[in-house]
Design a protein around this ligand. Structure first.
Ligand SMILES: CC(C)(COP(=O)(O)OP(=O)(O)OC[C@H]1O[C@@H](n2cnc3c(N)ncnc32)[C@H](O)[C@@H]1OP(=O)(O)O)[C@@H](O)C(=O)NCCC(=O)NCCS
Length: 215
């Protein structure tokens, strides 16, 4: 019998727990932390994302963001279509007390079914060093592992991106190697570090944290 290709919501080949059913392809869930809410991008986020993410200090080490508000609106429509197709999710980061996005977290499958995936993130620089990254990162990795059933979550960060690499290390990602001249920025090829989080490591660390909290 032909093996059925993995579909979002089916039990993950690398996972040991029960299958999670989710309708995330129809709409992303709202993830609530103590500082931020993560939710689906909305078209009304475009002006604020344009203002935050096109700043030089934010865009220095990432793929060039859209250069207009309309470009961000197109990106948001694209993100909805990719989520509906089950290939990609993008969460807007909304600090408590605000209504529009100040940053985003993306996860895209590297193969059909999300067994391996890559994530990326950016926050407006006014929100750096506030703890919003760490909280949002934990919520997104939990979602990736528990709902998308990601077994290996990769990230790439330019070697010179101190905050990006520091943020990944802090979250528990493991640095695996250097991808030489892998990122073209302003006509120059930059080296990147490859980071990964494995589902089993993440779940183990989470269980340890909850044991510490209980005792
Ligand atoms: C990446 C990003 C989302 C992280 O959010 P943040 O709020 O800056 O992250 P945090 O402050 O929680 O963590 C960064 C850590 O790196 C450390 N750090 C800062 N500069 C560093 C450097 N040059 N070398 C090493 N570590 C550094 C910080 O001290 C901090 O650790 P600490 O909390 O233990 O002090 C944010 O910086 C950003 O949007 N950057 C622009 C976009 C980007 O580069 N995205 C990442 C692509 S991989």
């Amino acid at each position: 019998m032909e093996k059925m290709p993995y579909q979002p919501g089916m039990d993950h080949p690398m996972s040991t727990s029960a299958p999670v059913t989710s309708d995330w392809c129809n709409a992303l869930p709202v993830l609530v932390g103590s500082k931020v809410t993560l939710r689906e991008l909305e078209l009304s986020d475009a002006p604020s994302l344009f203002a935050m993410l096109t700043a030089e200090e934010v865009s220095r080490f990432i793929s060039p963001p859209p250069t207009t508000v309309e470009g961000f609106e197109k990106f948001i429509a694209w993100a909805h279509a990719e989520r509906a197709a089950g290939r990609y999710v993008c969460f807007a980061v909304v600090p408590h007390g605000m209504h529009t996005a100040v940053g985003l977290f993306q996860v895209r499958q590297l193969e059909p079914g999300f067994a391996t995936a890559e994530w990326g993130f950016a926050l407006g620089s006014a929100f750096w060093g506030t703890g919003m990254f760490a909280e949002s990162g934990q919520l997104v990795v939990d979602f990736a592992i528990e709902t998308l059933r990601v077994g290996r979550l990769e990230a790439r960060a330019c070697v010179a991106n101190g905050r990006g690499n520091g943020a990944l290390r802090k979250l528990g990602a493991v640095q695996e190697g250097v991808l030489r001249r892998s990122f073209l920025k302003n006509g120059e090829f930059l080296d990147q570090l490859l980071w990964s989080i494995l589902a089993e490591d993440w779940q183990e660390a989470k269980a340890m944290r909850s044991r510490v909290l209980v005792h």
